[in-house]
Design a binder for this molecule. Structure first.
Ligand SMILES: [Zn+2]
Length: 326
């Protein structure tokens, strides 16, 4: 473009701008012809793992509120620095809920079921069944519901408000210690009483279909439990293998792609044993970083699929580019 052409197009731009302003001032309709649409893409993401097909289905965003109340042991300034340098808001830590479904060829396995109808974290949760519908997956076809732990945001859609399971043909998998802890009436009067109520609602009606899993056990073909205690007593992450490929579903090993990663000994307010949780986090993130195993992280930014690598005293999360070609 010549200098003259540049100044000509600049003049046209300016003229166009004043025409738009004049139209706006006169109350004329906007120049854009199409209305805005206001809907979003379906809330699932699909990819291959060896011979298996993986689908991440969302239960919707879970806003935790003020990050200084949930992430403990860091100064307010340090929290602000970490969030600001990652272009994240300072006032509200919004987690995602990325449930994973794996079709292994022999089993259709769902990892965690979201908040269900509970609204303890506001109205944006509870989307799992709708996301599954968008993904073309019928809850009746789920063979196994695998729970990383018995917290409210990981088992909430096991059972509907009518007391019947949303997954009528599934077996349910969890560590025995977590079932016992979160259905124990000693929690009834405490601050986590709604966690107790949700665990009872979502575990007891399917009690006869629950299979207890143990650290190191390959309890379904290609799916191995890895004990990750601290966040809860029986918190578990999973190694998933197919056709020579593997990945890890890491549940709540870390809740935030920055705040529990840069300084992984930071403590999390919802941990049953925050010190043990932090040690477990460092040990298993080290393992995943060293082996370069891809991860699905339940609470990371959508869709929560990527890698962890060591960085400084901690870790950094690298999201995998989404591949929509499949
Ligand atoms: Zn969680």
């Amino acid at each position: 473009m010549t200098k003259d052409a540049i100044s000509l197009s600049r003049r046209r731009l300016l003229q166009g701008g004043s025409a738009i302003m004049a139209a706006g001032l006169a109350g004329a309709p906007a120049l854009a012809k199409a209305p805005t649409i206001g809907t979003q893409a379906p809330y699932f993401y699909r990819f291959k793992l060896g011979n298996a097909e993986a689908t991440i289905v969302s239960d919707g965003p879970l806003p935790l509120g003020d990050p200084t109340q949930a992430f403990l042991g860091l100064s307010k300034d340090e929290i602000a620095r970490q969030l600001d340098s990652n272009f994240l808001p300072l006032q509200n830590a919004v987690l995602e809920q990325n449930a994973l479904i794996v079709n292994t060829g022999s089993h259709l396995v769902l990892f965690d079921t979201g908040m269900g109808t509970a609204k303890d974290f506001g109205p944006t949760t509870g989307k799992l069944l709708n996301s599954m519908k968008q993904a073309g997956i019928d809850p009746k076809d789920i063979d196994a519901v695998v729970m990383s732990h018995a917290h409210i945001d990981h088992l909430g859609a096991n059972v509907g408000d009518d007391g019947k399971s949303n997954f009528p043909n599934a077996q349910f998998y969890i560590q025995q210690s977590d079932l016992e802890y979160w259905t124990d009436e000693k929690l009834a009067g405490g601050p986590l009483k709604s966690f107790l109520a949700q665990a009872k609602k979502n575990l007891l009606p399917v009690r006869d279909r629950i299979v207890f899993i143990k650290d190191g056990q390959e309890f379904l073909p290609g799916i191995t439990a890895i004990g990750a205690p601290g966040h809860t007593v029986g918190h578990t992450i999973f190694n998933i293998q197919s056709g020579g490929k593997s990945m890890a579903y890491i549940g709540d090993l870390t809740h935030h792609p920055v705040l529990l990663m840069e300084k992984p000994l930071t403590e999390f307010a919802y941990d049953t044993d925050p010190k043990q949780s932090a040690q477990t986090r460092v040990r298993l993130l080290n393992m995943l970083a060293t082996s370069k195993t891809p991860i699905v992280a339940y609470h990371f930014a959508w869709p929560g699929f990527g890698h962890v690598a060591k960085q400084g005293d901690g870790f950094r999360y690298y999201p995998e580019p989404m591949n929509m070609a499949l």
